[in-house]
Design a protein around this ligand. Structure first.
Ligand SMILES: [Zn+2]
Length: 510
């Protein structure tokens, strides 16, 4: 007996997570001290020798990426440890498939003896208890799901009562110091919100509202919140039309509590998704409104109308023109001052937003003039090269960029597929050698097959892509459309002295 026991080099694994903490503190039976005492007394009773203890404090059982669990695996790999003991299976993990993997595949494969004290599992002893291990870990998985569901339903309930649960309220409101679930008017910023709505109601566009606020040096929500502003981002102090849009479309200002706009994907994931408006939790009359519902609706109806009006086809050079001085994209705006003669103007956005801040200087230039200048220059440039060469070159540019993208994706998909097939082989042989049980086998198989199916689907789609050559009407002339210009021109810069430089993607001598 002693001989056998001295063969084992024991690592005890202890895990405490937020799930184990209730409002009275840590659930006593799960505390680290308690887990450790139980494990040490087991070691003593069985005359085993302890090599190391591995404690993960504050890690959920739904993930296996825990620092000390990883250290444990490392020590198993290097042979420092060949026996692992936990208080119960849920300490190992609450994810059914992965716990099953360690229990039924990894530990046996590494010849590691695993003991779960309270579940009476000992992989060294041929016990019937080992057979229920997969079900036990399935149960743990379900319980974890259950806990997270419970917490979510409590939060949802509070939201449905109109209680504010966010970390910081909308610009214009403060948390009530007497009740953190209530909002009160912030007398410093609410007038700014009111002013924005008033300006919108008087027919001002979002851009116009921006200029007005910037000219008056009105503090922005980001700066007001006191977020760190890095030296690179001087724009935090500037109102942008997206900030204005967010304020004008925020229903909170009508006195309604709007929550639940985002949700976690599931209890295992941290990823958040934006929910459809129909799922939002909206409770009216929970706090003092800044605008009436009628005003809010009027402004938002107007917003959609303005939006529809401004959608137009992109002009030939839009997206290619940059500011020579500050490197930001130059915006093209429709100048409607003279209704009989509508034309477009180009200027640096940084300058236009707030000329007084001197973030950049005026780059005012009439778009039509710029376009003519650029097209003339491109035509001249083309005359210098042999037409056949241009055609070939353009085809190559198109060809290589598509092909490269598709090829890269295909390679990475095939790699993934090969890995999965290897896994599949391993699982088959583990099944044959009775290393894994029926349940694990079926689940692992199911998951792999699912993944393989989606990979094959995508590969089929990629195979369907026939790389199309662009048709260049080279008989006589080349049509300079947006697509073509973007292929040959990297960028066009305009300096404050109105000097225009065209940067081509390829060299004339090619
Ligand atoms: Zn600029």
């Amino acid at each position: 007996m002693n001989l056998i026991n001295s063969y084992y080099k024991v690592g005890i694994y202890i895990r405490l997570s937020k799930e184990d903490i209730n409002k009275n503190g840590v659930v006593e039976s799960e505390s680290i001290i308690n887990q450790r005492n139980l494990l040490l007394s087991y070691i003593e009773k069985n005359n085993l020798s302890l090599v190391d203890e591995y404690v993960d404090d504050g890690y959920s059982g739904t993930t296996f990426d825990r620092p000390n669990f990883n250290r444990l695996l490392k020590d198993i790999e290097s042979g420092n440890i060949n026996m692992v003991i936990t208080k119960d299976l849920s300490r190992l993990g609450r994810d059914y498939i992965q716990s099953g993997y360690y229990l039924e595949q990894y530990f046996p494969m590494k010849r590691v003896r695993y003991v779960s004290i309270l579940d009476n599992i000992d992989t060294y002893l041929d016990s019937t208890n080992n057979d229920i291990a997969p079900f036990k870990s399935l149960f743990n998985d379900m319980q974890s799901k259950d806990t997270s569901k419970k917490i979510r339903s409590i939060l949802k309930n509070k939201k449905q009562q109109g209680k504010f649960l966010g970390s910081s309220p909308s610009f214009g409101y403060l948390k009530d110091p007497n009740d953190k679930h209530k909002l009160i008017i912030d007398y410093e910023t609410a007038p700014i919100v009111r002013r924005i709505f008033d300006l919108a109601l008087s027919g001002k566009s979002k851009d116009e509202i921006c200029s007005i606020l910037n000219n008056d040096n009105i503090i922005t929500p980001i700066v007001y919140k006191g977020r760190k502003i890095s030296s690179r981002c001087r724009c935090a102090n500037i109102w942008t039309s997206s900030t204005i849009h967010n304020i004008l479309s925020n229903l909170m200002y009508t006195g309604s509590m709007v929550q639940g706009r985002q949700s976690k994907l599931n209890y295992k994931s941290k990823k958040r998704i934006v929910l459809d408006r129909s799922n939002w939790i909206i409770v009216p009359n929970t706090h003092e409104p800044i605008v009436s519902i009628e005003e809010f609706e009027l402004v938002n109806k107007k917003n959609t109308r303005i939006k529809l009006k401004t959608t137009r086809d992109k002009l030939l050079l839009e997206g290619l023109i940059y500011c020579f001085e500050c490197n930001s994209l130059l915006s093209v705006r429709c100048d409607k001052r003279n209704k009989n003669n509508i034309h477009y103007i180009v200027n640096c956005n940084k300058y236009v937003r707030n000329p007084r801040l001197h973030l950049c200087s005026s780059h005012f230039i009439i778009y039509e003039r710029l376009e003519k200048l650029v097209l003339d220059s491109v035509k001249k440039y083309f005359k210098l090269i042999d037409r056949d060469k241009i055609a070939k070159l353009l085809q190559n540019i198109n060809f290589s960029c598509n092909l490269e993208k598709i090829n890269n994706e295909r390679i990475s998909l095939n790699n993934k597929k090969n890995k999965l097939l290897l896994n599949l082989k391993k699982i088959y042989s583990d099944r044959e050698n009775m290393i894994i049980g029926d349940e694990s086998y079926k689940l692992l198989l199911y998951n792999i097959e699912l993944e393989l199916k989606s990979i094959n689907n995508r590969l089929n789609i990629l195979d369907g892509y026939k790389v199309k050559h662009i048709n260049i009407p080279i008989d006589g002339f080349i049509k300079l459309d947006r697509k073509l210009l973007f292929y040959i021109i990297d960028r066009i810069t305009v300096s404050k002295e109105k000097k225009v430089i065209i940067y081509y993607k390829f060299n004339k001598s090619l």
